[in-house]
Ligand binder design. Structure first.
Ligand code: PMP
Length: 356
């Protein structure tokens, strides 16, 4: 057999593109759904003191006991439910797919949605079925969803709530019908819950095949990489077997725990981001030659005549947003802008106005 790479790398991997993150040095960065605010100087000082006393020669606490107990309170995890932590929710998505994959097993996702669901299914080798959302409203197409569930009997369903990149919340009764008809597990990915004030967390007791996923990334800790999967001990003791023993490093454990003790700071930042989102939504909606969707998250989806050209021209003006055109037919000529500071949002708006 030849030593050629193409003979050995699995064909599904060869067909994939690596997750691309553009260079963001010296730009106004509104492309990754991050919180634009840092920490107050006093808080940074306190945090540095904790880092000074953190030992790096030992492995981290594999069970992250202290951190989990704080997360339980902040994320309002119901008492009887367990948690598995991931190096970002990206890693949890991969763990779920690894644990649930098998011959004829299907991962079903309404689309467009978060691209890592499909990407990781392809990496692991799980069959992926995307069910288009309703055009323009981006609500679940329940006829198509229930038919797909009946046909494919999915082992796993991901529902992003609010959805990325569309920013909307699916209807409660539609989600309930998906949970009730899915034979496998339904994971509600609440990455953007801080901005929506809506959650299915309290419904875990009611649905044995429901799991919840959260992250601290959108709160303002994207650099630390921490996601949590919440659900009944029966499910989570199985998923826990897939987890790498030391996936949450020492610095992440102490820093997230420290940050959660200052949760009011994040709450204030989130309030500010939500207010600025609503202002930008109104301002974008007042423009001509643009279609704007309302959002329950920290980003806004909008459509222009030529998304690729506008995205490139904005970048030339030093403003980086996400071009989602080409990701799905329903996203034709769509762009996604993350809510930054009010100054950044206004710089983006002015630049966009000149280009439309
Ligand atoms: N789920 C959704 C819906 C997301 O949009 C994202 C990040 N863009 C993630 C999960 C991943 O989050 P994390 O930073 O925790 O890996």
């Amino acid at each position: 057999m030849s030593k050629s790479i193409t003979n050995w790398i699995r064909p599904e991997i060869q067909q994939l593109s690596a997750y691309y993150v553009p260079d963001s040095s010296n730009v106004i960065k509104l492309d990754a759904m991050e919180n634009p605010y840092g920490w107050d100087a006093v808080i940074i000082e306190e945090w540095l003191k904790i880092l000074q006393t953190t030992a790096l020669n030992r492995y981290p606490d594999s069970s992250a006991r202290k951190l989990k107990s704080l997360l339980r309170t902040v994320m309002q995890v119901p008492e009887r439910m367990e948690m598995v932590l991931g190096n970002g929710s990206d890693e949890l998505i991969q763990m779920l797919i690894l644990a649930l994959n098998g011959p004829r097993r299907v991962l079903l996702v309404p689309e467009p949605s978060f691209i890592m669901y499909r990407h990781l299914a392809q990496v692991v080798g799980m069959k992926y079925v995307g069910v288009p959302l309703q055009e323009n409203s981006f609500t679940l197409d329940m006829y198509a969803m229930l038919e797909a569930i009946e046909t494919y009997q999915p082992a796993l369903v991901f529902l992003a709530y609010p959805n990325n990149p569309t920013g909307n919340l699916f209807a409660t009764e539609d989600i309930e019908a998906v949970i009730e008809t899915t034979p496998g597990v339904v994971v509600i990915d609440e990455a953007y819950a801080p901005f929506s004030n809506r959650t299915f967390m309290s419904r875990l007791e009611q649905y044995p095949n429901l799991l919840m996923m959260r992250t601290v990334s959108k709160l303002g800790l994207a650099g630390l990489r921490l996601g949590l999967l919440v659900g009944s001990p029966n499910w989570l003791e199985q998923i826990e077997k897939v987890r790498q023993p030391y996936n949450i490093n020492v610095l992440t454990q102490v820093s997230v725990a420290f940050a959660l003790r200052h949760y009011t700071m994040f709450k204030e930042q989130i309030q500010r981001i939500k207010g600025d989102r609503d202002i930008l939504l109104d301002q974008l909606s007042a423009l001509k030659n643009i279609q704007v969707w309302s959002s329950q998250a920290n980003f806004i989806l909008f459509r222009v005549a030529d998304a690729q050209a506008i995205s490139k021209q904005l970048q030339e003006k030093g403003i980086l947003i996400k071009c989602v055109h080409g990701r799905h037919p329903l996203l034709e000529d769509c762009l996604q802008v993350t809510i930054g500071t009010s100054k950044e949002n206004q710089a983006f708006l002015q630049a966009l106005k000149q280009l439309l």
